[in-house]
Design a protein around this ligand. Sequence first.
Ligand code: ZN
Ligand code: MN
Length: 480
Amino acid sequence: MESEVKIGLECHAQLLTRSKLFCPCSTDYHNAEPNTHVCAVCLGLPGALPTVNEQAIRYGIKVALALGCEVQPEIIFYRKNYYYPDLPRGFQITQYDFPIAFNGLVRIESDGEEREIRIRRVHIEEDPGRLVYKGTIDTAKYALVDYNRSGIPLVEIVTEPDLRSPKEARIFLNKLRSILEYLGVFNGDLEGAMRVDANISVAGGERAEVKNISSYKGVERALSFEITRQKNLLRRGLKVKQETRHYDEVRGITISMRTKEFEEDYRYFPEPDLVPIRIAESVLDLKAEIPELPDEKRKRFITQYSITPEHATALTSDKHVADFYEAVASRIDPKLSATWIADVLKGELNYRSITMREAIKRLSPDDFVAILRYLKQGIITERGATVLIREMLDRGGKPDEIIKRKKLATISPTEIDVAIDAVIKANKNAVADYLAGKNEALNFLVGQVMKYTRGRAEPKEVRIKLVDKIQAYDLRSDAQ
Ligand code: ZN
Ligand code: MN
């Protein structure tokens, strides 16, 4: 069956080289004053000649191999001609007929179904400068341009129109991000490190291209907006024009920029200042450098640690989470570790919008092993362990010290007895209700004991003890 919505993505990811693609300028623009990492080449001054950064090509080949692409024996750089203030040369140096690679595949899981997303091509190109609009693109009186970004190497990954929904597009991007991070060639935490252009059409209309989507969440939002816009046009009997639209991140809408240009408008031709690059021999060496990727790691986790496929997916989607898990699971019960990292820790990270890379500064694998060991030994309850994790993520500290300071240690059996006796005495009606067969009265009583002990008792244990005590009470009152 033909899908009603078709989405293809052009994903641009900044490669983590130290210098730019065609000049020795630093790529670190995130921490630099605007227009300080620039030279004649990346400013496009007349007569400046580009030289290729070998590392960028190697990274590009690694990406292509990791995506299962056919790496080409020869790559040739082309000029893509268009004028825009962020492109001082008046053309972008990119690849066209002879890119690094063709025909790859990425597997994603969408609604429990495995889907194969075909990769059309992978190529390397230079990033344009960064334009900053005061306000929004259609109302700004001026734009600021920072050429620090001009010439940063990008790997562009183009998919076939195999994605069927905005949600699938998001899942695909997360998977791609994960693969690139596993390869060590990309850092998705950096602002604007991944930028996406999306081609999208609904049945019965032309396709529109949405440019400038620069966040993972933005992709889903921009595409959902665009589907609604196109469907509304078709419903009213109007046409969806083939055009290029700009995504306005602030307002969450797309705006028409220009009717779609065609390939020939760019007047692609081979870059005369760069020679073709033959890459056949180095390809074999690079294959050995491809690390274990998310899909393989997931399979290994399931067999090696006997954890569920769901946990394995959650633990391998981010390389830093996977490394954290292995550091913990090698020292303490792997299944318990999987539950506490995939279900609890990841939830706490999401809630705080922090990455594992950041979290590890406050909560080390050593600390996590200590927390799980205390839990296993019954020194803290599950609730206590959760409080401990939260406290460490928010304020740091050491598990021992926090257990003492926040009085998280599980209370002794005698203390539990005292609490239960007090609760029974203070809630005679609930006790009578329970004895009369009302089970919800027992839940209430357990809750009261938990409150009394400030959560330091295990609810399961409290429940068993409560039932015993109430029955003992009952026998005694019968005897009287
Ligand atoms: Zn430069
Ligand atoms: Mn591009």
